[in-house]
Ligand binder design. Structure first.
Ligand code: V47
Length: 409
């Protein structure tokens, strides 16, 4: 008997569904079909042939054994990144949580007059830079709300204050959502904003704000903020200006397998064009304190499948990150055998996930991160934001220099 899974989605990126033979009693795919399709995909992976939309839809089916998908992804990870797992020493800065937008998945934002709303002053920003430098951080990850009353110069000032006082710290700052807001504030182009922010100290762009690109989902969870076109335009412009960036996908809310595959293929297309993405980070939705709090958090199995499928489909993005803050430590370690080769960093002051109910610690020591990587069977290598090796002075941890450039896409 034939059954069509993943129906009801109009196609925007090739086919929206594939037809599987299913057992009429259990409605599960029949084993011979699973094995045959897996064999075809294995052949493609071994011969480094690009996987298709249909392959992606198949790999996302829960009937397809996760360990087999993981094994294929591990093969690609090993081929692309050897036995190494990367980490960095980093901190987060969210200069304000006040935001004009009301994305349904966000627990971090606050209204202008909300008692939990805040906006940092220079002194607080400098204190964070000092703390980062004292603790040997190489990177500060800076994103925040779009404050109703803070002008462009205030946002620019966050970067210029930090870069003037802490010139060694790499500022990975602003998603296309902020950049788009700055264009609106200044009435200038993406290119102008990007160049101006670079002059103020911008080093690279983080991967946030991507959520799910397909309008069926995006219009439901964050209808007002920068749309898919703006997201790609910003990253394309960054890459053209020689600014590297990361990319993400927020999964585990209202999206279907089709939307995930569509999302990944859109990223793969831009990467074919520019080569500017360094790493992809699948982000599991945390529902607590959000307008989608009735939803269940994705399971660890879904988390691992997302890591593995993204490794398999994104054949042109060098690194896949298992963000331990979001996955939990055990799943992040396991993900290092399901396609991931990076675990993010020590992290301080993370709010976006912790406001949404993350129970992971707020910080991990370098020794602990290295221990976790070794326990997972990989060799830990400290990198900076743009994937250069970091060499530490053994007698003074906060003193570091740049070593070799590591593989990027
Ligand atoms: O864009 C927001 C997501 C992103 C929730 O570039 C949520 O190295 C789950 O992009 N549950 C921001 N996710 C985080 C991000 C990121 C994280 C780590 C490393 C890098 C990198 C980038 O977090 C947002 C959104 O997709 N998010 N709220 C939530 N309740």
């Amino acid at each position: 008997m034939e059954s069509v899974l993943n129906t009801n989605e109009p196609p925007s990126h090739g086919r929206k569904s594939i037809t599987f033979k299913v057992n009429p009693n259990t409605n599960q795919m029949i084993a011979t079909e699973i094995n045959a399709r897996l064999r075809t995909i294995r052949d493609k992976v071994e011969s480094q042939e690009r996987l298709t939309m249909d392959d992606g839809l198949f790999l996302y089916q829960p009937d397809v054994p996760l360990h087999e998908v993981g094994e294929l992804a591990d093969l690609v990870r090993q081929r692309m990144n050897g036995n190494v797992a990367y980490y960095n020493i980093n901190t987060h800065l969210n200069p304000t949580n006040v935001c004009v937008y009301r994305c349904r998945f966000c627990a971090f934002r606050a209204d202008l007059r909300d008692p939990k709303g805040y906006a940092m002053d220079d002194e607080q920003v400098i204190a964070r830079g000092q703390e980062a430098t004292d603790n040997g951080c190489t990177e500060m990850h800076i994103v925040g709300g779009l404050h109703h009353q803070r002008p462009y110069e205030w946002y620019r000032g966050v970067l210029s204050t930090l870069s003037e006082n802490f010139p060694k710290l790499h500022l990975k700052a602003w998603t296309p959502v902020e950049i788009n807001w700055f264009e609106f504030q200044t009435k200038n182009s993406t290119e102008w904003v990007m160049n101006d922010m670079r002059e103020a100290g911008l080093g690279s762009l983080p991967g946030g704000g991507a959520e799910i690109f397909h309008p069926e989902v995006r219009d439901e969870i964050c209808e007002h903020k920068a749309n898919t076109h703006a997201w790609f335009h910003t990253h394309r412009t960054a890459h053209q200006l020689g600014i590297r960036s990361n990319c993400t996908m927020l999964y585990g809310h209202i999206e279907k397998a089709y939307h995930r595959v569509d999302h990944l293929l859109r990223l793969r297309e831009l990467q074919d064009e520019t080569g500017g993405f360094q790493v992809f980070i699948p982000l599991a939705f945390h529902p607590e304190n959000t307008k989608l709090s009735h939803l269940k958090k994705p399971s660890a199995l879904d988390d691992l499948r997302n890591v593995a499928v993204s490794r398999l489909l994104l054949d042109n993005i060098q690194h896949i990150k298992a963000y331990w803050i979001m996955l939990g430590i055990g799943t992040a370690q396991t993900a290092l055998s399901y396609g991931a080769d990076d675990i993010d960093g020590t992290v301080r002051h993370e709010l976006i996930y912790h406001d949404a109910g993350a129970t992971t610690p707020e910080f991990l020591s370098v020794d602990r991160i290295r221990e976790l990587i070794i326990e997972a069977g990989r060799v830990p290598v400290e990198r900076n934001t743009i994937y250069q090796e970091v060499i530490r002075d053994p007698n003074d941890f906060s003193n570091w220099s740049i070593g070799e450039t590591l593989p990027v896409s």
